[in-house]
Design a protein around this ligand. Sequence first.
Ligand code: F6R
Length: 264
Amino acid sequence: MRVVVFESAESVTQFAADQVCRVIQTKNVPTLGLATGGTPLGLYRELIERHRKGLLSFKHVNSFNLDEYLGLSPDDDRSYHAYMRENLFKHIDIDLGHTHIPKTDRVDLDQSACEFEKAIADCGGIDLQILGIGSDGHIGFNEPGSSLASRTRIKSLTQRTRADNARYFKCLDEVPKMALTMGIGTIMESKSVMLLATGESKAQAIRDTVEGPISAMVPSSILQMHPQTTLAIDTAAASSLKNIEYYLESEQNRVAQRTTVNIS
Ligand code: F6R
C-alpha cells in the first residue's frame, strides 16, 4: 500500500488528477471507476479544468460508478446519476453511452447487478478505481460486515452512513435506506485503486485501513491485499497513523530515486 500524505486537500486533488490523466493518456481505451460524495468533487473540478484547457480528452474513456441509491430516479437531484451529470459528465467530452452507474430504477435489481458486472468484464476490467471512504471504513456502500468477496448487489446503509449523507437531503428520514453497490470483490479486481481522504473525520478510518487488521468490520482494510493501491490523503486524515514518519520518508526516497530509475 502506498500512502502519500499532502499538506492540503488541494495537493491531494492535484496528485489524484495527475494519476487519472496518466491512465487516460497511456491506455487506448481507459476504464475508470468513479466515486461520488464530497471527497472527489475537487478532483472532478480539476479534470474539467484540464479538459477545458485542451489537456485532456475523455472521448475513449469508459466509466463505472460505485453505487446508486434505491428509490431515487436518475432525474432526482439527489441521485448519483444527477451528481455525475452535474459534477463531471456534462462538462467533458465523455460518450454518455460509455458511462455506467448501477441502475436502480427497475424491478429486477439482481439482473441490474449482473449486467453491471458483465459490463465491467466486457470492458476488460477497471484500470483505475477511485474511492472515497466512509467514517466507518466503507468503500462504495459496502458497510462494515460486508463480505470481502462480495459482488455488485443491494446493501442496507448503516445509520451512521445515512447520518453522514443527510447533508444532501432535507432531513435524515429522506436519506434512502438501501443502495446498489459494486462489491468489494469487484473493487479488488481493479488493476489499480486510488483512495482519497481529507479531513480529521476520516483519520480513524484511515488508521484502521492502513494499520489495522484486515476485517470485514473495516471493509477498506482489504485494500492491504491489493498490490496497486495508493492512498492520497491530507495531514488531517493522516493524523492518527502510527507509522507516519515512515510513509513520509518513503515518498521522499521515491522522489529522490526518480531521477535515476524509472519509478512512478
Ligand atoms: C460514494 C461512495 C462512498 C463515499 C463515502 C465518503 O460513491 O462510494 O463510499 O466515497 O461515503 O463520502 P464523502 O466523500 O462524502 O465523505
